[in-house]
Design a protein around this ligand. Structure first.
Ligand SMILES: NC(=O)c1ccc[n+]([C@@H]2O[C@H](COP(=O)([O-])OP(=O)(O)OC[C@H]3O[C@@H](n4cnc5c(N)ncnc54)[C@H](O)[C@@H]3O)[C@@H](O)[C@H]2O)c1
Length: 321
């Protein structure tokens, strides 16, 4: 496949490396910082529209700051280019319908990079909960993001460009997993605050929320004020015993589950790197025409959930007003 990456920052580099490892052809890279493009032996662009119009591209990876995802995704889909967009799909409610319309009208596919769904522990949890009654779930994210992290990109820590803080950026993976496992909720009620980083960021560093009205309620507590990154924990009170998952492990009723960590379809162990699994699956879908599981609608669910928490201030807010 002929691939291109827009945004060669922290995560764009990971996408480019994975493409190389998986034998895809990186034909073009695009970044507004010329230094970010150094070392890529392919066509270089600073304007993504020019790149999309000039190059023959099968898949474009959108790895730019959050506020750019919607336009970049729509422009690529309009041109029939398959898009793998980093999370979150977008940061404004009004962008969701235009992205979904562009996806529907396009001959190309849209995928959203929620790679944690591909962790063996997540795959186990999804299968375990299939056909079992789950009463309630909770997710906890305790990570460390300090002033230096927020200074590492102009766009970080601002409502206009990051679209939120710990919930929109770090914990959106956990929100996505909770929705995937527990079903889409109808309302959200929560609070956000800047507990430690208030003089550094506009957005929240801490959030807690309860999601209700779906198959079963679930809650989340997320903070970027921990001393270090701890493994994200999801607990589900389910028929047959409490299910607990972390990115690398799972337990049911207190007993550790042996996870399937067999090598991926490409004959190489990709355990530990969800990006590798997700990117391999996306390319397989593009090649075969199989539907990619994390499409535009799936990517939009966690954005709606996070935006509802931001609008809540302690009151119930519908995810789909
Ligand atoms: N899936 C994950 O686990 C994961 C992990 C890290 C980051 N991300 C996501 O990846 C995205 C990028 O995050 P990052 O940490 O790599 O940010 P970053 O700031 O390190 O990189 C962003 C890059 O985009 C470039 N850019 C900005 N505007 C541009 C434009 N108009 N055209 C082309 N390039 C432009 C910047 O110059 C920069 O090199 C975000 O959406 C983030 O949430 C996802």
């Amino acid at each position: 496949m002929r691939a291109a990456v827009i945004g060669l920052g922290v995560i764009g580099k990971v996408h480019a490396d994975v493409l190389k490892e998986q034998g895809e052809e990186l034909v073009a890279v695009c970044d507004i910082r010329p230094d970010a493009l150094e070392g890529y032996d392919c066509a270089h662009y600073s304007d993504y529209i020019r790149m999309l119009d000039a190059e023959r591209i099968d898949v474009v990876h959108v790895c730019t700051p959050h506020y750019l995802h919607a336009d970049m995704t729509v422009e690529a889909l309009k041109r029939g280019v398959n898009v793998l967009c980093e999370k979150p799909l977008c940061i404004k409610r009004e962008d969701i319908p235009r992205i979904l319309a562009a996806e529907k009208q396009s001959s190309a596919m849209l995928g959203v990079c929620f790679q944690n769904r591909y962790n063996p522990s997540s795959v186990f949890a999804k299968a375990y909960l299939e056909g079992r009654r789950a009463e309630r779930a909770e997710g906890r994210l305790n990570w460390h993001r300090d002033a230096a992290y927020y200074a590492s990109g102009e766009w970080r820590g601002k409502w206009a460009t990051e679209g939120g803080g710990v919930l929109m950026n770090q914990a959106i993976h956990t929100v996505d997993l909770l929705i995937w496992l527990m079903g889409e909720p109808v309302t959200a009620r929560g609070k956000i605050s800047a507990e430690e980083l208030g003089d550094v960021i506009e957005v929240e560093d801490t959030a807690c929320a309860l999601f209700s009205g779906g198959k079963a309620p679930f809650s989340i507590y997320a903070t970027n004020t921990a001393k270090k990154d701890m493994p994200v924990v999801i607990r589900v009170a389910a028929e047959g015993g409490e299910l607990v998952i972390t990115p690398s492990g799972a337990a049911v009723g207190g007993k550790v589950v042996k996870l399937d960590k067999t090598p991926g379809a490409r004959g190489k162990s990709v355990y530990g790197s969800g990006h590798e699994r997700l990117i391999a699956d996306f390319y397989d879908c593009v090649r075969s025409g199989r539907k990619f599981p994390v499409d535009g609608e799936e990517g939009a669910k966690s954005v709606r959930a996070v935006l509802a928490v931001y609008a809540s201030d302690g009151k119930d807010v519908p995810l789909r007003p």
